[in-house]
Design a protein around this ligand. Structure first.
Ligand SMILES: NC(=O)C1=CN([C@@H]2O[C@H](COP(=O)(O)OP(=O)(O)OC[C@H]3O[C@@H](n4cnc5c(N)ncnc54)[C@H](O)[C@@H]3O)[C@@H](O)[C@H]2O)C=CC1
Ligand SMILES: O=C(O)CCC(=O)C(=O)O
Length: 450
C-alpha cells in the first residue's frame, strides 16, 4: 500500500464518513510525493499526520425560535485547523448541506490557501447546517445570535478571526459581531467582511471574484492571451460570482452565464449585472426571475440538467469560472469544456471540480487555476482588513485593489515556479500544493512538536 493510500485508510478509520475531506487530503498528498521523498524531515516530524488532524474541533448546539415560536436546533462548527502561520482564519458557511466533512475539507484547503498568500494567517472554517433560504430578517438575527452565544468564547483578533462564506454575508456578520461585542465586552477586529461603517475594508466584498479574474489574467498572460472579448462561463450568483462577472466586464470579457441551486441562466449578449445584483443582493430572489427582465436569455432548471453534470458547462466558451460550490463540475463537464475550446479555468469556489475533472484539465494542458490559489484574494483582503483594524487606519479602494493584484500575481508566480522546480511545467495544482505545504510545514518544524 502506498503512503497516500495508507494515510487515507487511517483517516477513514479515525474520521469516518467524511468523503469531501478525504478528497481534499488525497489531492494534496498526491502533489506532495516528490517533496516528501526529496527531504525526509517532513516524514520524521510527522508533518502530514499532524496537518490532517485539526488543532481543535468545536461542535455545538444552536437552538433558536422562528417567527411562530417554533423551536429549531442546528449544529454549529468551528474547525481550527492549523495556526503555524498566524491566527486561525477562514469563513463561516450557513447551508443545509454543512457537516463535519464539508467544514473539514474547507478548513484543510484554507490552511494551504492562506499560506500561499504569504500573509501571517492560519487556517480554519466553520458554519452550521442552517438553511437561511426563506427566513425572515428577525429569524436570521436570532440564529446568528444563538450561534455566537457559543462561538464568541473561541474567537478573538489574535486567536481566530472568522469571515463569510456561502449563506454568510454582510448582514450575518453584522448580527454575529453585535452579539460578540455584547458578550465579550470588546470592540475589536474579530471578524472580517465587516460593514464599512464599523471597521470593514474597501474591496473585501469584491476581493474573491476580482482576485479570481486577476488570476485568470496572469495565467493567460503567460500564454500570450488577454481577457478582451473572451466568452466566459460563470456559475453561482452569490458574492464570488457577482464580482467575478463585474471584473470580467471591466476587463473587456463577456460573462454569459450564472446559476443558483435551482437553475442556470445563459445570456449570449452578456449577463446584465445591474439586474443580477438587484435580484440577488437586494431582493434575495430566485435567479429564474432574471428571464422576466431579459426575455432573450435562456433559463435551464436543475431538473433539465444532464445526469453526468451541470448545464452551465455545456455552453461554448473560452474561459470557465466555477463560483458556486464543491464538486459542481464533473469529468463529463470538463470534457465538454475542453472539446468546446475552453482555454482556461479559474476557480472562485472551493474544490468546485471533482478530482476526475481536474485530471481532464491537466491532461488537456489548459490553464487551470485551483481554488486554493485562484480564490485566495478574499482571505488575503481579509488579512488586509485585519492590518487596517490593528493600525486603526483605512486604506483607499485603489490601495487595497493594488495590493490584491500584487498578492494574486505572487500566488500565481509561486504556484507556476514551484511546478517548474518539480518538473511539472504548468501544473498549478502541484505547484500551489507544494508551495503552500512548504511554508506551513517549515513553520511547524520550527515551532516544535505541538
Ligand atoms: N465569499 C468569499 O469571500 C469566498 C468564497 N469562496 C467560495 O466561493 C463559493 C461561493 O461562495 P459565496 O459566493 O461567498 O456564497 P454565496 O452564498 O454568496 O453564494 C453562493 C451561490 O452559489 C449558489 N449555489 C449553491 N449551490 C449551488 C449549486 N448546487 N448549483 C449552482 N449554484 C449553487 C447559490 O445559489 C448562491 O448563488 C463557495 O465555494 C465558497 O466557499 C471562496 C473564497 C472566498
Ligand atoms: O476571508 C476569510 O477569512 C475567509 C474566506 C474564505 O472562507 C475562503 O477563502 O474560503
Amino acid at each position: 500500500m502506498t503512503y497516500i493510500h495508507s494515510t487515507i485508510a487511517k483517516l477513514m478509520l479515525s474520521s469516518p464518513a467524511q468523503a469531501e475531506f478525504y478528497q481534499a487530503v488525497e489531492e494534496v498528498l498526491e502533489s506532495l510525493t516528490m517533496v516528501l521523498e526529496q527531504d525526509d524531515k517532513y516524514r520524521r516530524h510527522a508533518i502530514i499526520e499532524r496537518m490532517i488532524e485539526p488543532e481543535r474541533q468545536i461542535m455545538f448546539r444552536v437552538p433558536w425560535a422562528d417567527d411562530n415560536g417554533v423551536i429549531h436546533v442546528n449544529k454549529g462548527y468551528r474547525i481550527e485547523f492549523n495556526s503555524a502561520l498566524g491566527p486561525f482564519k477562514g469563513g463561516l458557511r450557513f447551508h443545509p448541506s454543512v457537516n463535519a466533512s464539508i467544514i473539514k475539507f474547507l478548513g484543510f484547503e484554507q490552511v494551504f490557501k492562506n499560506a500561499l498568500t504569504g500573509l501571517p494567517i492560519g487556517g480554519a472554517k466553520g458554519g452550521a447546517n442552517f438553511d437561511p433560504k426563506g427566513r425572515s430578517d428577525a429569524e436570521i438575527m436570532r440564529f446568528c445570535q444563538s450561534f455566537m452565544n457559543e462561538l464568541y468564547r473561541h474567537i478573538g483578533p489574535n486567536t481566530d478571526v472568522p469571515a463569510g462564506d456561502i449563506g454568510v454575508g454582510a448582514r450575518e456578520i453584522g448580527y454575529m459581531f453585535g452579539q460578540y461585542k455584547r458578550l465579550a465586552n470588546s470592540f475589536d477586529g474579530v471578524f472580517t467582511g465587516k460593514s464599512l461603517l464599523w471597521g470593514g475594508s474597501l474591496v473585501r466584498k469584491e476581493a474573491t471574484g476580482y482576485g479570481c479574474v486577476y488570476f485568470a489574467k496572469y495565467m493567460l498572460q503567460d500564454r500570450q492571451q488577454t481577457l478582451q472579448d473572451k466568452q466566459c462561463l460563470v456559475s453561482g450568483s452569490g458574492n464570488v460570482a457577482i464580482y467575478t462577472i463585474e471584473k470580467l466586464q471591466q476587463l473587456g470579457a463577456i460573462a454569459v452565464s450564472c446559476s443558483d441551486s435551482a437553475g442556470t441562466i445563459y445570456h449570449k449578449s452578456g449577463i446584465v449585472l445591474a439586474t443580477l445584483k438587484q435580484l440577488k443582493e437586494v431582493q434575495h430572489a430566485r435567479l429564474s426571475e432574471y428571464i422576466s427582465h431579459h426575455p432573450d436569455a435562456e433559463y435551464t432548471p436543475v431538473a433539465d440538467y444532464p445526469d453526468d453534470g451541470h448545464a452551465v458547462w455545456r455552453y461554448p466558451a473560452d474561459l470557465a469560472f466555477p463560483c458556486a460550490t464543491q464538486n459542481e463540475l464533473t469529468a463529463a463537464d470538463a470534457t465538454v469544456l475542453v472539446q468546446n475550446g475552453c482555454i482556461a479555468v479559474s476557480e472562485g469556489a472551493n474544490m468546485p471540480s471533482t478530482q476526475a475533472a481536474v485530471e481532464v484539465f491537466l491532461e488537456a494542458k489548459i490553464a487551470y487555476g485551483p481554488g486554493k490559489a485562484a480564490n485566495a484574494g478574499g482571505v488575503a483582503t481579509s488579512q488586509l482588513e485585519m492590518a487596517q483594524n490593528a493600525s486603526m487606519r483605512s486604506w483607499s479602494f485603489a490601495e487595497v485593489d493594488e495590493q490584491l493584484k500584487i498578492i494574486m500575481r505572487n500566488i500565481y508566480s509561486s504556484a507556476r515556479d514551484t511546478a517548474s522546480e518539480f518538473g511539472a511545467e504548468g501544473n498549478l495544482v502541484l505547484g500551489a500544493n507544494i508551495a503552500g505545504f512548504r511554508r506551513v510545514a517549515d513553520a511547524m518544524i520550527e515551532q516544535g512538536l505541538v
